[in-house]
Design a binder for this molecule. Structure first.
Ligand code: SAM
Length: 292
């Protein structure tokens, strides 16, 4: 029992993970920010072996796909029994990682951080029989979530990615309360007090000591002590990096001030031919070319 639980404080988030590889989670849930949050009792984990709900001597969880095709499909009866037992107790959101799902985002992480309980159903092979999500949707909030446009071998890594993004948004988990609002997509998460310079943008470069390293200098403005100038510089750098790597986010921005527009114009945004479907813009993204 954690210190917080001994004191009677409520767990802020309970995470249940259903998988055929429980060992995948040995270690990652015990270290760093998540491990500390768990030790404090802010977050509580339970990892369940799906094979517990298998019905035959071989503990089979998959079968051949109807309609033919390569690979195997995870059985609905096994998943149904497991989720009945696990998700049935109290309010929870079921998260089913799949490359064909809704793209995961900082905004979704913030929504999950406000939930009492998340249940992850980690698929393998060709995925879970489609009727499982259909049936669960009728009973509880159920989200099919993709962590990116690529195909993993299983949902375990996706469950870890989502859990880490959510856990760091729980109150008291990050050392510095304003850090989340300061990060890339900070404004998108609606973080209270998040600085305007990160709203809808990815973060620019960051620096620490020494001031000079291998002939590269820290941008002078960061040493100036002028907080307004530093905030403006950070927004400039965020705009430039976002234009370079995520022009889709720049196109979604509203309320660009004259300085924002100047920075983007200097960076060549929008590039000739830029628009939906155009290749990403090609701009310098490091800090040095903008160093004061
Ligand atoms: N046949 C599926 C498709 O093409 O959409 C891919 C199945 S994949 C090999 C096996 C499992 O890995 C999925 O059921 C899901 O749990 C997980 N997975 C793979 N890629 C993922 C992604 N980008 N985001 C979230 N989960 C993913």
């Amino acid at each position: 029992m954690s210190e917080a639980q001994r004191r009677g404080d409520a767990v802020r988030l309970r995470v249940d993970i259903v998988t055929i590889f429980p060992a995948y989670f040995n270690g990652p849930l015990d270290v760093s920010l998540i491990g500390k949050a768990a030790a404090r009792g802010d977050i509580e984990f339970a990892v369940h072996d799906l094979r517990r709900w298998a019905r035959d001597a071989h503990r089979t969880v998959d079968d051949m796909p109807f309609g033919g095709g390569p690979g195997m499909v995870m059985k609905p009866d096994v998943w149904g029994d497991a989720l009945d037992d696990i998700a049935g107790a109290g309010p929870a959101t079921l998260v089913v990682p799949t490359p064909s799902g809704l793209p995961f985002s900082q905004e979704l992480a913030a929504r999950y951080a406000a939930q009492p309980r998340l249940v992850f159903a980690c698929g393998r092979y060709e995925g879970i029989d489609g009727r499982v999500v259909e049936a669960m949707r009728a009973r509880m909030p159920t989200d099919e979530i993709s962590i990116g446009d690529y195909v993993l071998a299983g949902g375990e890594a996706a469950a870890l990615v989502i859990t880490e993004a959510v856990a760091r948004l729980l109150p008291g988990v990050l050392g510095n309360a304003s850090s989340a609002g300061d990060d890339s997509f900070g404004g998108a998460a609606g973080a209270a007090g998040g600085p305007r310079y990160m709203c809808g943008l990815v973060e620019g470069p960051v620096y620490t000591r020494p001031r000079s390293w291998r002939g590269h200098e820290v941008p002078g403005v960061l040493l100036s002590g002028d907080h307004a100038a530093i905030a403006r510089w950070r927004r400039d750098m965020a705009l430039r990096r976002t234009a370079a790597y995520r022009p889709d986010l720049i196109r979604a921005l509203r309320d660009l001030d004259p300085r924002d527009q100047q920075v983007l114009a200097e960076a060549g945004f929008p590039a000739a031919g830029d628009g939906p479907g155009a290749p990403p813009a090609r701009f310098p993204v490091g800090g040095e070319d903008m160093a004061h």
